[in-house]
Design a protein around this ligand. Structure first.
Ligand code: URP
Ligand code: ZN
Ligand code: ZN
Length: 591
């Protein structure tokens, strides 16, 4: 077997702890990254780079070019044979419904038995000792953007590298957002099916709706009835690009209801954000803090309230993605308290980070000066720009808020006001982020998280005592499977479920760094974070893909998971509708 990092996908791959697997860029990058925090370091680095710009440049870009589109994926399933038999002994099996010490036996990619003592079933069985550890369903990330093109800038992680990163962090399935292609949902799915041929773990799709007409309406039916998609997302922000108005949202909500599909919203008032952006530029605020200032919590709260009310008016379930503020969370709490079927999804960045980085003074002005002076040292120029835009990496929408919002979101998660955690993984590298050096509106929106979610949620929520281990399983896996109607195939350690399993050692610890993560991004917004609880083993589709710090993934082995309509959120809705109709006391019969 050959050792490669998951930047390409043309062979069955085995990646050891990735630092040695990516030597060229790693070595360069570590210098760059550690130099970011002080002006002195910038100068030092500048001197270093100015003395050897040519070699550094070519090596580094060779590596980076080897990223996206590195060869064509080859189906790897048959070459590896059928999945092994695995017996996991002595762990605490944690499900959302409870935890108990038990053995787990896996054959042909399926969990065959979960019982107190399972005797070894033959010599050809791989035994894993899990005593003192938790055996849990693999994480399911409900919110990712792999291989996405965002206003002409392509995210760095595709379905191979993003999923490889996920597996190394204990996530075994994700649901990605498909964009229509030239206005067609059907064409959009075809494009994404192709992108997903590289998959090394199971995945599902949500579909984005940008506009409304008869074709979209008909194609939504095709998505649900033929393509295995049971959720549609409406962007209430990104004016002039993906944003829909209330009329489109209302039509979409009605259609979702009729199809038994879940409506999802990116809830920010896009018109007001546009106004806020112009205001910041007029005030001369062009840096990343302008991003946060232009889209304050009140605009997220307003859009969430509007979406919730419109979904209530139509009487269809609503899923609010990336809840980032108290304002939005309180609207969800109110709606749920009144009996409305609303789901709130915080993302890891909103839970564990705060906005302070966006206000950090950077060295943009210095960078511009140096770049003029250093001409024609293009590489040097490039590196300094990259350095000086390090805090751009925290730019996502809605923005990462001040710390009190994160704390409140954690509390809401622990009390059931919010239901599950996603990542919104949409990774760009620092040079892509630097596109907004003169204007925060041009910074590509999105952050990493697919590899870090399981660890950060464990450390922040379980290790801190805010939730139980079973609640952890619920918010990272089971609830997602239930909402999107694939439970108990996914999201459970039960006989008959898919063998997507992690073994987490609560006494081990993790440390996050851009040097040893598996994403293709050269940055990591969680860089330097340490915590308790480490995913030591990941089993996906019955294969051990992560163990002893080694990632062993097979390009093309991931399967599309069809998600049927009318999940549990729709249960009993006809009765509610009937009650509504009878409450109208109309039409009044007149002579
Ligand atoms: O900044 C973000 N969230 N980027 C990804 C696209 C989206 O809005 O979900
Ligand atoms: Zn969004
Ligand atoms: Zn998103």
């Amino acid at each position: 077997m050959q050792r490669i990092s998951p930047r390409g996908c043309d062979q069955i791959s085995l990646t050891t702890s990735p630092a040695p697997a990516r030597p060229t860029c790693r070595a360069k990058k570590s210098v760059v990254m550690t130099g970011m925090e002080s002006p002195l370091a910038v100068l030092l680095l500048a001197t270093l780079l100015a003395t050897a710009p040519a070699t550094a440049s070519s090596e580094s870009s060779q590596y980076c070019d080897a990223g996206n589109g590195f060869g064509e994926p080859r189906r790897g399933v048959s070459s590896e044979g059928s999945p092994p038999k695995i017996l996991i002994k002595g762990g605490t099996v944690a499900n959302a419904h409870g935890a108990e010490v038990a053995d787990v036996y896996v054959e042909d990619g399926i969990i065959v038995a979960v019982e107190p003592h399972i005797e070894q079933v033959g010599d050809d069985v791989t035994i894993l000792d899990a005593s003192g550890k938790y055996v849990m369903p693999g994480g399911i990330d409900p919110h990712t953007h792999l291989d996405v093109d965002s206003t002409g800038v392509k995210a760095v992680d595709d379905f191979f590298s993003g999923q490889a990163a996920a597996l190394a962090g204990g996530t075994t399935m994700h649901i990605d957002f498909v964009k229509p292609s030239n206005g067609s949902l059907i064409a959009g799915v075809e494009v994404y099916k192709k992108k997903a041929q590289k998959s090394c773990m199971d995945y599902g799709f949500h579909m984005v709706i940008h506009k409304w007409d008869e074709v979209v309406s008909r194609e939504m039916e095709v998505m649900v009835n033929e393509k295995g998609i049971n959720s549609f997302k409406f962007f209430m922000a990104y004016k002039g690009y993906q944003m829909v108005n209330d009329e489109v949202l209302l039509q979409g909500l009605k259609k979702c209801k009729s199809l038994g599909a879940l409506a999802m919203v990116h809830a920010e008032n896009g018109d007001a954000v546009f106004e806020g952006q112009n205001r910041m530029i007029e005030l001369g605020i062009t840096g990343p803090e302008g991003h946060a200032l232009s889209r304050p919590p009140v605009l997220e709260g307003e859009a969430t309230a509007r979406a919730v009310r419109l979904a209530g008016f139509v009487n269809t379930p609503l899923y609010v993605v990336h809840v980032m503020s108290i304002d939005a969370m309180e609207e969800i709490a109110k709606a749920r308290q009144s009996g409305q079927r609303v789901i709130g999804e915080p993302v890891v960045s909103g839970l564990v980070l705060d906005d302070s980085k966006l206000w950090d003074p950077d060295f943009i002005t210095a960078a511009k000066k140096v770049s003029v002076l250093s001409f024609p040292y293009a590489h040097f120029f490039y590196r300094v720009i990259e350095l000086c835009t390090w805090n751009f990496r925290y730019v996502m929408s809605p923005p990462i808020r001040s710390a009190e919002h994160g704390k409140a979101l954690q509390a809401a998660l622990s009390t059931g006001i919010l239901q599950l955690v996603g990542t919104d993984h949409c990774a760009f590298n620092s040079t892509q982020k630097a596109l907004g050096i003169d204007d925060f509106r041009k910074i590509p929106n999105g952050v990493n998280g697919i590899e870090e979610r399981m660890h950060l949620v464990w450390d922040t929520m379980v290790e801190s005592g805010q939730i139980s281990v079973s609640d952890y399983v619920r918010i990272t896996s089971t609830e997602c499977a239930r909402i999107f109607n694939i439970y108990p195939r996914k999201g459970a350690i039960l006989a008959g479920s898919d063998a997507d399993i992690i073994i987490l050692n609560p006494n081990s610890s993790f440390e996050i760094s851009a040097r040893n993560h598996h994403s293709r991004s050269d940055t990591n917004i969680y860089k330097g974070r340490r915590g308790k609880g480490k995913v030591e083993v990941t089993i996906a589709g019955g294969r051990i893909v992560w163990m002893d710090g080694q990632l062993k993934v097979t390009c093309g082995s991931g399967k599309f998971v069809e998600m049927p309509p009318f999940g549990y959120l729709f249960g009993g809705m006809e009765k509610e509708d009937a009650r509504y109709l009878s409450s109208l006391r109309a039409p009044v019969k007149r002579q």
